[in-house]
Design a protein around this ligand. Structure first.
Ligand SMILES: Cc1ncc(COP(=O)(O)O)c(C=O)c1O
Length: 356
């Protein structure tokens, strides 16, 4: 009998989220971020589904783009980090992929490759995140150099460092830089990720680049009128129940100690599957229709939950680690991380199925 720990990917929810994103996008084209295996949701099935709703895809590096092309996806694809070496430049040419250029060395690579520069080029501008990109003042000179190399289609792209906080000094500063750059260029532009779209920060751009909102795990603004649903649900079942007396501890290191006589349910899921080991006692687990507290350290293959207050808990009772009833972001907060990390670091051990 297979272990009852599974991951279910709801492709209808993905469609709903993409349609909601489309409503928020205005006239901007949508470049769906499907990097890191579509944030752990399965890049190919999600990419194929999203083709009905979006105008292109964003991936981190060349191998991800090639995998999409080999699966028959022929919408535009952008390499967010651009080419790393000459092989990438060849692949960009062969597979017809759009590329970011964020530094002079990448432009040198393009020049040395001997390929005509037919692919659209996205010039990465550092508007304040200070991770990648050219200084805004350099933009005209970079654009000129790329046009001399034959580039026909140029887009200026930048990225919010703190888009979840539209009023923060950092966001305000980035917006200011971006607005003045946009005034001085006829090129296409792209700035907003999910937080930028949800908080309406420069959506009047040629392209938006949503990721996490498509998977139903963005922090949506209270006034958002469209709905989003979690796409991933991480399920299991109760495999064992054990009574312990007040004062006894549960799990590695005896971290959780029973304050009263207690009933503990053991669930066959652990950090070997992607459930975070850093989850603290009290992390909510949805079990037999109720939110109940994690009790004891997460093991490689098991977790333990205090079900003392659950009437009639049964072996085989359904458990949701995160998904439709329990937001991944809430579990992430208890584990000292973010939903993005939990979703993208699923280990592949629990089988994933796609619905419908
Ligand atoms: C450059 C860039 N654009 C867009 C995205 C999508 O961001 P989000 O998933 O927050 O919408 C990312 C994600 O990390 C990114 O690095």
């Amino acid at each position: 009998m297979p272990r009852p720990t599974t991951i279910s990917i709801d492709l209808d929810a993905l469609s709903l989220n993409a349609a909601s994103t489309r409503k928020l996008a205005g006239n901007s084209r949508i470049l769906a971020s499907v990097k890191a295996n579509a944030y752990g949701h399965g890049m190919i099935p999600c990419g194929q589904k999203l083709c009905e709703f979006v105008d292109g895809f964003a991936v981190a590096f060349c191998e991800e783009a090639v995998a999409l092309r080999k699966a028959g996806i022929d919408l535009p694809i952008l390499l967010l980090e651009g080419p790393f070496d000459r092989c990438d430049v060849d692949a960009i040419h062969e597979y017809g992929v759009m590329m970011t250029v964020h530094c002079h060395q990448q432009i040198d690579l393009l020049e040395q490759s001997g390929h005509p520069l037919t692919a659209p080029v996205w010039i990465k501008i550092d508007s304040g995140m200070h991770r990648l990109g050219f200084n805004p003042a350099e933009a005209p000179q970079i654009e000129k150099r790329l046009r001399e190399l034959g580039a026909q289609s140029i887009t200026l792209v930048s990225h919010y460092a703190d888009g979840e906080h539209p009023h923060s000094a950092l966001t305000q500063k980035q917006q200011q830089v971006w607005r003045s750059l946009k005034k001085s260029t006829p090129s296409q532009t792209s700035m907003a990720n999910s937080a930028g779209v949800i908080n309406d920060l420069d959506t009047a751009a040629t392209w938006i680049r949503p990721g996490i909102m498509l998977y139903g795990a963005a922090h949506t603004a209270a006034e958002t009128t469209v709905s989003f649903e979690p796409v991933m649900t991480f399920n299991s079942e109760v495999m064992a129940l054990r009574k312990i007396t007040a004062g006894e501890s549960v799990g590695y290191g005896g971290r959780w100690r029973a304050a009263r006589d207690s009933l503990i349910a053991t669930i066959p899921v652990g950090y070997g599957d992607g459930y975070p080991r850093t989850a603290i006692d009290g992390t909510p687990v949805w079990l037999q229709g109720r939110r109940l507290p994690l009790a004891g350290r997460v093991s490689m293959d098991m977790i333990t939950v205090d079900v003392t207050d659950l009437p009639n808990c049964q072996i085989g009772a359904p458990v949701e680690l995160w998904g439709k009833h329990l937001a991944v972001n809430e579990v992430a907060e208890y584990a000292g991380t973010i939903g993005y990390e939990l979703l993208t670091r699923m280990t592949g051990r629990a089988p994933m199925s796609f619905v419908p």
